[in-house]
Structures are given as structure tokens and as C-alpha cells.
Design a protein around this ligand. Structure first.
Ligand code: UD1
Ligand code: UDP
Length: 356
């Protein structure tokens, strides 16, 4: 039986891995490795519970650190696991330090690598994720692309072998869990909110959070929008706010700052929001899947098809652009399927089985 060793570590990877793990375990042996990059209950365990992800076979407990320290410690620990397990494939997701460490550890031991969410590019080399993506794609033997655009971008870099257009596993997760979210989430009541009466925001990119002045400007802009803003705070952002005292009580008026929420609560918050403002990759796509207009608080995005479709607008961290976009946003009537048919995970499992 084929042994596939899956490496995850950060919040979006638990979500992406859930449907693929379900598909793989029908016919293969999957070993799950959690690097420990995210470790708070609300950033990690809640997703294992809600998504019924199996307990990790290995929890490496690496935790936070500088890029070099974090990635280096992961590399050492993953290598040990690979040496003892000798899987047929290593499967990595997305573009975090856990992704790169997994890919690098595997290729050095001549274990083939499969990359889910291959071919994404922001063309912004100041983003740590851009290096992780490029390096992982160039190390991978199988590249599972969510969109035709991703396939094209890989071809431009000379990568054509092992490339498969599968659709996006985040759509699989979205469709499967939206029904559960409707049944189970009580987040709107808990926050005293009615659908369509608030905006939802998330912020965690270093470019928006590392510079306190920039973060302050963004928070000020959010507090002054016409509707209240629900902001589940990523721990990186919370730390910056606390360290620099960015949100005195007098300023919080229109902001509902909450802890990071579980996936089901997040899906419901997204679906019922009038508008979403975010610098997250996953949240931009989910906004599209939910049919909610999105303002991306960055100057570029990997998910360009949402811009082309007219459902996502780049506003950077510029207060005037953000305010004007909130005021004028009229999404088009058309809403074409951009991320496949919700069966990307089955395709990925089939391709891995066929390759053996
Ligand atoms: C990481 C990924 C990013 C992804 C994001 C998803 C990299 C380089 N970045 O960014 O691509 O979009 O995850 O959320 O891999 N912290 C906690 N508790 C936790 C986790 C983190 O308090 O459970 C704090 C720590 O102070 C840490 C900081 O958040 O230093 C940042 O965590 P880290 O995993 O390094 O980067 P993210 O910003 O989460
Ligand atoms: N998410 C969540 N709770 C939150 C914020 C985000 O469940 O409080 C989910 C969101 O629905 C999406 C994923 O986390 O599926 C996105 O992860 P994140 O924004 O951390 O990372 P990115 O996608 O930018 O790498």
C-alpha cells in the first residue's frame, strides 16, 4: 500500500489537508506530520476537531521563531521522520515555512514531493511566501494547480512535467463545511449581529502588521467605515497591537475585535458579511466562493482571477482607496466557477495512486 506523508503546520494547511486526507485514506496509508508552526488552540487544535482531521502521527512542536530558525528546526526534525518512515511521497500544501521545510527535507533524501496549490505567484519577492512557493514548485515532482493561470505560470518557469490542473481543495473544504456551518455555528448570535450589517476583516501579513504606523493606519481606517467591522485577530497582529498600544478604548468604537475563530464560525461570518476586507489568501478565495465582495488590503494578489471577475479589488493599505472602494463596490452579476468543481481532493488522490 502506498504511504503518503503529509506535512502541515499552519492554519490554512489544516483546512486544505482535510478533504485530501479523507480522499487519500480510502486507498492509501497516510502519515500526518504537524510541524507545530501554529500551536494555539484557536490556530490549530480547533481545526483538527471541526474538520475531523486525524491526530498527527508526529507533532514536531517547532513553534515560532525567525524564518531561519523555524525553517531550519523543521528541516532537521522532518528529516528524522522521513528517515524512519521512508514514505513513497511527501505531500505539502501552500507556501508557509512548513511547506518549504517539508519539500527540502524530502528532495535531499530522494523522496518525491507533491505540492498542493502549486503555481501561485505574487511576483513580490519581499513576501516570505513567494520564496517558499517558488522553491517548493521547483523541488516538486507532482504539482497540483488550483487554476489554469497557475499552470501557465509554472510553464513560464519551465515546469511542465508532473503538472495537473485539479481545481482548488479549498473549494472542496468550503462546500463540505458550509452546510455544517449553517447547522452548527452560533457566532452571529454570540456577537449580536444580523446578516449583512457588518464587514468582516482579517489582517496578518508582515507587510501590514510589522510596521506599527502602517497597522495603525489600517486599524483607524477600519474603525471609520460605515458599518461595524468584525476582526478576528491573528496572534501576530494582536501582539503588535498590544506591544505598541495601537488600540486605546476610545478608538475601538466600530471594531469588534475577537479571538481567531474556528473554520465553521469563519465560514458563517464570511457568508453573512456585507463585504470582506483582508490580506489573507484563503479568505479572498472564500469571499468569492461565498459570493461576497472582497477588498484586498495588499497591492497585488496571487488570486488574480477574482480581480478579473470583478469580485475582488486591490486597495493596498491606502485609507482613501479603501474608503472609496467600500463606498463604490458594485460586484458584477456574473459569478463564474473559478476554482473547479469541489472534487480537487479526489483528483489529487487518484493521481498519486496512479503514479504509485
Ligand atoms: C504563517 C505563514 C503565512 C500564512 C499564515 C497563516 C510563513 C512564513 N508564514 O504566517 O504564509 O499566511 O501562517 O495564518 O510560514 N503565533 C502565536 N500562536 C500561534 C502561532 C503564531 O502566538 O499558534 C504568533 C507568534 O508570535 C509568531 C507569530 O504569531 O511569531 C507569527 O507566526 P508564524 O507562523 O511565524 O507566521 P504567520 O504570521 O502565522
Ligand atoms: N480562518 C479561520 N478563522 C479565522 C481566520 C481565518 O478559520 O479567524 C480560516 C479562513 O476561513 C481560511 C484560512 O483560515 O480558510 C485562511 O488562513 P489565513 O488567513 O491564516 O492564511 P492564508 O490563507 O493567508 O495563508
Amino acid at each position: 500500500m502506498l504511504t503518503i506523508l503529509t506535512i502541515v503546520g499552519a492554519r490554512p494547511q489544516f483546512i486544505k489537508a482535510a478533504p485530501v486526507s479523507r480522499a487519500l485514506r480510502r486507498t492509501a496509508r497516510e502519515l500526518l506530520v504537524h510541524t507545530g508552526q501554529h500551536y494555539d488552540y484557536g490556530m490549530s487544535a480547533v481545526f483538527f476537531e471541526e474538520l475531523a482531521l486525524p491526530e498527527p502521527d508526529y507533532n514536531l512542536g517547532i513553534g515560532s521563531g525567525s524564518h531561519g530558525k523555524q525553517t531550519g528546526e523543521m528541516l532537521i526534525a522532518i528529516e528524522e521522520v522521513l528517515l524512519s518512515e521512508r514514505p513513497d511521497w511527501v505531500l505539502v500544501y501552500g507556501d508557509t515555512n512548513s511547506t518549504l521545510a517539508g519539500a527540502l527535507a524530502a528532495v535531499k533524501l530522494h523522496i518525491p514531493v507533491a505540492h498542493v496549490e502549486a503555481g501561485l505567484r505574487s511576483f513580490n519577492r519581499a513576501m516570505p511566501e513567494e520564496h517558499n512557493r517558488v522553491l517548493t514548485d521547483h523541488a516538486a515532482d507532482l504539482l497540483f494547480c488550483p487554476t489554469p493561470h497557475a499552470v501557465d505560470l509554472l510553464a513560464r518557469e519551465g515546469i511542465t512535467h508532473g503538472v495537473h490542473l485539479t481545481g482548488d481543495v479549498m473549494l472542496d473544504a468550503f462546500l463540505y463545511n458550509t452546510v455544517l456551518a449553517e447547522q452548527r455555528s452560533t457566532i452571529l448570535d454570540a456577537l449580536g449581529l444580523q446578516p449583512q450589517t457588518y464587514y468582516l476583516a482579517t489582517l496578518h501579513r508582515p507587510a501590514n502588521t510589522d510596521d506599527p504606523a502602517q497597522l495603525q493606519t489600517l486599524l483607524d481606517t477600519l474603525t471609520e467605515l460605515p458599518l461595524p467591522v468584525v476582526l478576528p485577530l491573528h496572534p501576530r497582529t494582536r501582539q503588535q497591537i498590544e506591544r505598541h498600544g495601537l488600540l486605546p478604548k476610545s478608538k475601538i468604537k466600530n471594531l469588534k475585535l475577537i479571538e481567531p475563530v474556528g473554520y465553521l464560525d469563519m465560514l458563517l461570518l464570511e457568508r453573512c458579511a456585507r463585504l470582506i476586507l483582508t490580506d489573507s489568501g484563503g479568505v479572498q478565495k472564500e469571499a468569492y466562493m461565498a459570493g461576497v465582495p472582497c477588498i484586498t488590503l495588499r497591492d497585488e494578489t496571487e488570486w488574480v482571477e477574482t480581480l478579473d471577475a470583478g469580485w475582488n479589488v486591490l486597495a493596498g493599505a491606502d485609507p482613501d482607496r479603501i474608503r472609496a472602494t467600500v463606498r463604490d463596490f458594485t460586484p458584477p452579476a456574473e459569478h463564474p466557477p473559478l476554482y473547479g468543481d469541489g472534487h480537487a481532493a479526489d483528483r489529487i488522490a487518484e493521481i498519486l495512486m496512479a503514479r504509485g
